[in-house]
Design a protein around this ligand. Structure first.
Ligand SMILES: Cc1cc2nc3c(=O)[nH]c(=O)nc-3n(C[C@H](O)[C@H](O)[C@H](O)COP(=O)(O)OP(=O)(O)OC[C@H]3O[C@@H](n4cnc5c(N)ncnc54)[C@H](O)[C@@H]3O)c2cc1C
Length: 489
């Protein structure tokens, strides 16, 4: 008999959360804190979605998406998770760029970038200040037509080196391009420039395990290895429940952290929406995917601290998104993980990330696929030898992941690493107007992607779910006398 991962689950919950990415986890936590009964369903054997890790022989633990996020994550974790989680968020100070146009190390904040732009790139101080102020002051409602390319042309015409400095890390962080709305750039860039780049000390496993403990304290019913096959909707367009691992569970609201398009077009089905909404959903563009190479050194072998924490390496002449996506890799971001990443560990690890197109990997035969992964590992080592000269002699473990890997583990179509392009945000936000009780939170619209974006969107949507659930007549009475978890808020 296969194991029943839903054993003991109730037949009805106030809310079912589909997916345990950072948005799903955060929504589930807040709703449970409000005193609602919450069922969290995750198809993978591990919580976290893209915020994940894996272990290999020799005590190596590789983080997938722990390369850096803005300081805002600290405030969000303190408010919506725990002080303990917030306290483990620490700054990464060595952000390095190596490319044919420039070579520099920065703390990646406004003060240091101002200094660099003025002293190294000879940009007039008033232009630098005006650019930062414009990026910071962008208004969500007024700024949707200007592109990032236009923003750069206004301030730095003909300066591909400056554009590269300002844009390359953001393209790595969320897949955005010069053709995306400038507002997406302005928000994400300004978030980073506020205080620099931060990480979670202890690793993704420590973070997700602490989140899991908090969810359990707040009473969330967590079920792994549970694939939601269907979201059920009544003829008058209200959510009634989900079908998961073949079992029907009813609920008053569903918060889907699954991919936006799959939620609408697969889990619910287009027949339940207005035709115009389906067309909008179909037109939403997914963001690109990624390849990574995971490299572990033998015990007691390390690398020099001058490698930095994050190294944006490129051999391409200028900033070029297509070149960054190409299987013929010319740009890589290396994350160097020192033993301090996981206090108590003596492991030195490197993760190389490149943006990638699903189509370049999807059609390969098994044999070609394995060969392409071997090539990727090999070319990554060759590139890395510039920074860690004896890396081959020190090597203990190496392996690669591709867009196919990301699709497999997170169910995102085409292994999309960073959700959807900008238009996805409106579709996600207006979902409950189509079907009462159906919500989506997760990487969408570029600004809601990444660790911080996903957590914050999880909060926003949990509040909307709360408003709907609180309006139920039977709950109104109970909530006059909050107790237990609900009272903590
Ligand atoms: C290689 C890489 C590097 C990255 N680096 C960074 C970084 O350095 N900093 C940063 O801030 N961000 C980074 N990101 C992005 C960041 O990790 C994501 O934006 C964020 O974690 C996404 O969270 P999410 O809530 O959107 O959900 P996701 O992480 O997409 O999780 C969705 C979850 O839903 C589950 N699910 C889907 N369908 C179903 C179903 N039908 N039934 C049950 N479960 C289902 C999936 O298994 C998954 O667990 C990176 C991403 C990648 C891929």
């Amino acid at each position: 008999m296969p194991k029943d991962f839903l054993k003991g689950a109730a037949d009805h919950y106030d809310v079912v959360v589909i997916g345990s990415g950072l948005a799903g986890l955060t929504s589930a936590n807040l709703l449970a804190r409000q005193g609602y009964s919450v069922l969290l369903l995750e198809h993978h054997y591990q919580l976290g979605g893209m915020a994940t890790w894996f272990k290999r022989k020799g005590g190596h633990i590789f983080d997938i998406s722990l390369h850096g996020f803005p300081v805002g994550m600290k405030k969000s974790c303190r408010k919506y998770w725990t002080d303990e989680i917030a306290e483990s968020i620490v700054q990464l100070k060595g952000i390095r760029f190596e490319n044919p146009q420039f070579s520099l190390t920065t703390t990646f904040d406004r003060a240091d970038f101002t200094k660099l732009l003025i002293e190294k790139f000879d940009v007039p101080p008033e232009t630098v200040q005006a650019f930062f102020d414009t990026a910071r002051g962008m208004n969500f409602f007024d700024e949707q037509s200007r592109t990032t390319r236009e923003l750069f042309e206004q301030f730095f015409p003909g300066r591909s080196d400056v554009v590269r400095l300002l844009m390359e890390p953001i393209t790595y962080a969320n897949g955005s391009t010069l053709e995306d709305p400038a507002i997406t750039y302005g928000i994400v860039f300004s978030n980073f420039m506020h205080k620099g780049v931060f990480t979670f000390q202890g690793g993704t496993d420590a973070l997700v395990n602490k989140m899991r403990a908090e969810l359990e304290r707040n009473g969330v019913d967590i079920r792994i290895r549970t694939l939601v096959e269907k979201i059920e909707v009544s003829p008058d367009r209200c959510v009634t429940g989900v079908v998961v691992n073949g079992r029907r569970i009813t609920c008053d609201a569903v918060m889907s952290n699954a991919n936006l398009k799959s939620t609408i077009l697969r889990l619910v089905g287009p027949e339940h929406f207005d035709r115009s909404f389906v067309e909008e959903a179909e037109a939403v563009r997914l963001n690109n995917s990624s390849c990574q190479v995971y490299i572990a050194l033998k015990p007691r072998e390390g690398f020099d601290h001058s490698c930095g924490d994050l190294l944006f390496h490129s051999e391409h002449q200028g900033f070029d998104v297509q070149a960054m996506l190409s299987r013929n890799v010319s740009s890589r971001t290396f994350s160097f993980y020192y033993p301090e990443t996981r206090p108590g560990s003596d492991r030195w690890l490197i993760v190389s990330s490149t943006n990638a197109e699903y189509a370049d990997w999807a059609g390969l035969s098994d044999e070609d696929y394995e060969a392409a992964k071997r090539d990727l590992c090999e070319s990554t080592l060759t590139c890395l030898e510039r920074y860690v000269p004896d890396v081959r002699a020190k090597l203990d473990h190496i392996e690669a992941s591709t867009p196919r890997t990301f699709q497999h583990y997170t169910q995102h179509d085409m292994g999309a690493s960073f959700g959807t392009k900008f238009e996805g945000l409106k579709v996600s936000e207006t979902l409950p107007e189509q079907i009462r009780g159906l919500y989506h939170a997760g990487s969408v619209g570029i600004i809601m992607s990444g660790w911080l974006g996903a957590v914050n969107y999880g909060v926003i949507v949990a509040n909307k779910v709360d408003q709907q659930l609180a309006a139920r007549p039977e709950v109104r009475g109970q909530r006059l006398e909050p107790s237990g978890a609900a009272a903590r808020e």
